[in-house]
Design a protein around this ligand. Structure first.
Ligand SMILES: NC(=O)c1ccc[n+]([C@@H]2O[C@H](COP(=O)([O-])OP(=O)(O)OC[C@H]3O[C@@H](n4cnc5c(N)ncnc54)[C@H](OP(=O)(O)O)[C@@H]3O)[C@@H](O)[C@H]2O)c1
Length: 245
């Protein structure tokens, strides 16, 4: 499925991987609809890309998500691709002094509940098109093999991985493809100051777009490509490598 001449919805399109997706998709498509929170970044994005329309919505608020998605589908019934990219990562372990109990629900809602809500709310509009369409959910290698820190994050990505697979099974007899982009560490504000060997946001976005256009259900990006192979050779070694993060 070519990502050309379409209207595409991207959550978290104002930063990191989402912004790179906007940069690579905007020149070839009719319109990119972006959901984010920060009004300054949203305004800058619209100035940079004239065919980007932004909607302010906090993905942690279910009522806000429902009303924003209703407004978006009224204004842009032609949306044929939905990219659930927005996410947050809380890094402390449960033993760390800066770990906060209050972060748990928010991380689960933004990373897992919100993309599921959006899949549910956008399914009808995508089916109504009666033409090829797609969902793409951004997960992580950490959803398959968790690291020691960021336990809730790893759990949300594992949940989104399984949801995406099951949702794909449900849509098998429709014209809608369901993709999952399984990311390695990418150089974004989320990973600032940690990790080595990060790939650039441009490489990440290009790989996701190529994966969708090539029809891959599970798009393993960069070093994440090693996961299926290593899982066959030595799952124990793979788990040990990923544990260190
Ligand atoms: N970076 C990596 O190494 C890596 C690896 C694996 C997977 N991923 C996944 O890739 C996706 C993008 O990550 P990134 O590194 O590009 O992150 P990022 O640079 O921190 O950007 C996150 C985006 O999500 C939006 N967002 C966050 N919370 C939101 C909320 N409550 N409501 C609405 N929008 C919200 C932000 O918008 P505002 O600033 O306006 O809130 C921002 O546009 C995430 O799902 C992440 O888990 C990243």
């Amino acid at each position: 499925m070519k990502l050309q001449d379409r209207t595409i919805l991207i959550t978290g399109g104002t930063s990191g991987i989402g912004k790179a997706l906007v940069k690579h998709l905007a020149p070839h498509n009719k319109m990119i609809v972006v959901i984010a929170r920060n009004p300054i970044k949203m305004e800058k994005l619209s100035e940079e890309f004239p065919n980007v329309k932004t909607y302010r919505c906090s993905l942690s608020n279910k009522l806000e998500v429902e009303s924003t998605l209703s407004e978006i589908t009224d204004n842009h019934p032609e949306i044929s691709v939905v990219m659930n990219n927005a996410g947050i990562q809380v890094t402390p372990t449960f033993l760390d002094s800066d770990f906060s109990f209050d972060t748990i629900d928010n991380e689960i809602i933004i990373n897992l509940a919100a993309p599921i809500w959006i899949c549910a709310l956008m399914l009808g509009p995508l089916l109504n098109l009666k033409e090829p369409a797609a969902f793409m959910n951004v997960t992580s290698g950490l959803g398959l093999y968790p690291k020691k820190s960021s336990a809730v994050y790893c759990a949300t990505k594992a949940g989104l991985h399984n949801f995406t697979k099951s949702f794909r099974y449900q849509l098998e007899d429709t014209l809608i493809n369901v993709h999952e982009a399984i990311m390695p560490m990418v150089d974004t504000p989320m990973t600032k100051g940690r990790g080595n060997g990060k790939i650039s946001v441009d490489d990440a976005a290009v790989a996701i777009i190529k994966g969708i256009e090539s029809g891959y259900s599970e798009i393993y990006v960069g070093k994440a490509k090693l996961i299926p192979l290593m899982s066959r050779i030595s799952p124990t070694l793979m788990a040990a490598i990923m544990k260190a993060g």
